[in-house]
Design a protein around this ligand. Structure first.
Ligand code: SAM
Length: 204
């Protein structure tokens, strides 16, 4: 397949992003700058988009599984894994959150740059809306993710979740606590138009 779409650079990586796939933005870059992958870890990149986080993680990780509900994103991320030379360590699955993960597989680290913005209930099913729209509270996908993520974490595993303050950071800490994890904000960034994004780390 020919390489098409916008070219996005991060560090020494390049990502091709077609129009129906989320283009890496401030949230992706803040996340990528704060990825703390340890040599030999297994990583799940939930909502991989063009593959930016999974591809970077694959440099140190033993294995990365990358999931997206958007079939165009999965195709695009596969191509970006090839372009960046990490195909031997990264595997792609299309589906809804953890549904495609089989055999009770567990990971050392689970990443999710979630669709986190409050949106009209009926924002539509377009692939790009699904990348950012989090329902009326912004928490539709965040809460589902937090509820399911403990089943896929190894003992002493950790979660990195990126969201906006507009979708409630205290609620995220409470939800993690309810499901047996401790959460803390490890970094944040102010964006134009009164929005701040935060990266939350949760541990067992
Ligand atoms: C904000 S984008 C992040 C993309 C990429 N990780 C990045 O940092 O640039 C959110 C991604 O989650 C995916 N997504 C939305 N709902 C999902 C679901 N139910 N299951 C899996 N992926 C989903 C979207 O298609 C989109 O690629």
């Amino acid at each position: 397949m020919p390489l098409s779409g916008k070219k996005v650079f991060f560090a020494n990586y390049v990502f091709y992003v077609p129009e129906n796939v989320y283009e890496p933005s401030e949230d992706s870059f803040l996340f990528a700058e704060n990825l703390d992958i340890r040599e030999g870890e297994t990583v799940l990149d939930m909502g991989t988009g063009c593959g930016i986080l999974g591809v970077i993680a694959a440099e140190k990780a033993a294995k990365v599984v990358a999931v997206d509900i958007n079939p165009y994103a999965v195709r695009c991320a596969k191509r970006n894994a090839e372009v960046n030379g990490v195909t031997d360590k990264i595997f792609f699955l299309q589906g809804d959150l953890f549904a495609p993960i089989k055999n009770e597989e567990e990971f050392d680290l689970i990443l999710f740059n979630a669709p986190y913005l409050p949106s009209e209930i009926d924002e539509g099913d377009a692939w790009l809306s699904r990348a950012w729209a989090g329902g009326a509270s912004g928490r539709r996908m965040i809460d589902r993710f937090i509820c399911e993520v403990p089943c896929y974490l190894k003992m002493n595993g950790r979660v990195l979740l990126l969201q906006s303050v507009l979708s409630g950071v205290d609620e995220t800490s409470q939800e993690f606590r309810k499901h047996g994890l401790r959460a803390e904000v490890i970094t944040k960034r102010d964006l134009p138009l009164f929005e701040t994004i935060v990266l939350v780390r949760a541990t067992c």
